[in-house]
Design a protein around this ligand. Structure first.
Ligand code: ZN
Length: 267
């Protein structure tokens, strides 16, 4: 109940490099995944729309919500995935590794052999309704970095995209999905509103917004696998109460304090 599929894609191609082949999905399969979302009546929103919904007391819980996200910034997002999304009017979020994009003036990072987007393409993607999030500058395993290097990855990528788009970057995705309590805290302190991992679970309205679970279709997953996930047959991220429940408890505690009368026993 209330499970939220957040799909995580990389390349949408039949010709991935060896390094990313495991995570590439063919254009045909991707289109079929998108058809499944449409057939099931999912409302697809961007990550920022989603976290705004989660934080809103007016969140409409009767709507089936799903998110479509892409990591790294492969060129085929613009040439292959976006036309498929636009045909179906599906919103999406693209997390770019800023050191991997073409045409940048700042430190390029070692990257896979695949074609990547150019910085000059980002504004037209935003025009097309895509939210651009950050995915670090050099794609390290962030849970292995010291605090200074972690902060660099978080803030460098954010600033570069903000300069390119002249608007705030609110969403982050951890490279390789790796994070931990310290990384999550630094991500929040860097000014992001949310961050996504990969946990191969359905997300849940009470997920930690800095540890959102995503489902990652891989080359070996069939369309039936994805159909099963969308029909709720995947583990649901466990153990979290909804933020609204937490907010309600805080309200009740505060109310209990302010309504105390002198001389009353409060145990
Ligand atoms: Zn990545």
């Amino acid at each position: 109940v209330n499970a939220i599929p957040i799909l995580c894609y990389h390349g949408i191609t039949t010709e991935p490099s060896d390094r990313v082949a495991q995570f590439a999905v063919t254009p045909d399969d991707f289109a079929r995944h998108m058809d499944l979302l449409v057939e099931r009546g999912y409302k697809c929103v961007t990550m920022s729309e989603h976290v705004d919904d989660l934080r809103s007391p007016q969140m409409d819980r009767s709507t089936r919500t799903a998110l479509i996200t892409f990591d790294d910034g492969y060129l085929d997002f613009a040439t292959v995935a976006l036309p498929i999304l636009q045909e179906r009017q599906l919103a999406s979020t693209l997390y770019v590794t800023t050191g991997w994009l073409n045409g940048g003036t700042s430190e390029p990072a070692v990257r896979p052999d695949d074609p990547f987007l150019d910085w000059s393409q980002l504004p037209e993607l935003v025009e097309a309704g895509v939210e651009i999030g950050a995915h670090s500058h050099t794609h390290p395993q962030m849970d292995t970095l010291d605090a200074a290097a972690t902060i660099y990855e978080l803030t460098r990528s954010k600033a570069l995209i903000e300069d390119a788009l002249q608007s705030p970057v609110r969403s982050f995705a951890y490279p390789h999905g790796y994070n931990g309590r310290r990384v999550r805290r630094l991500t929040e302190q860097a000014g992001y509103d949310s961050a996504a991992g990969v946990r191969n679970m359905l997300s849940h309205p009470g997920d930690d917004p800095f540890g959102l679970a995503r489902l990652m279709p891989e080359r070996t997953n069939t369309v039936d696998d994805v159909r099963n996930w969308l029909d709720g047959n995947a583990p649901i991220a466990p153990g979290f109460e909804s933020m609204r429940t937490k907010g309600w408890r805080m309200y009740r505690r505060t109310r209990a304090i302010v309504t105390r009368q002198p001389g009353t026993d409060y145990r």
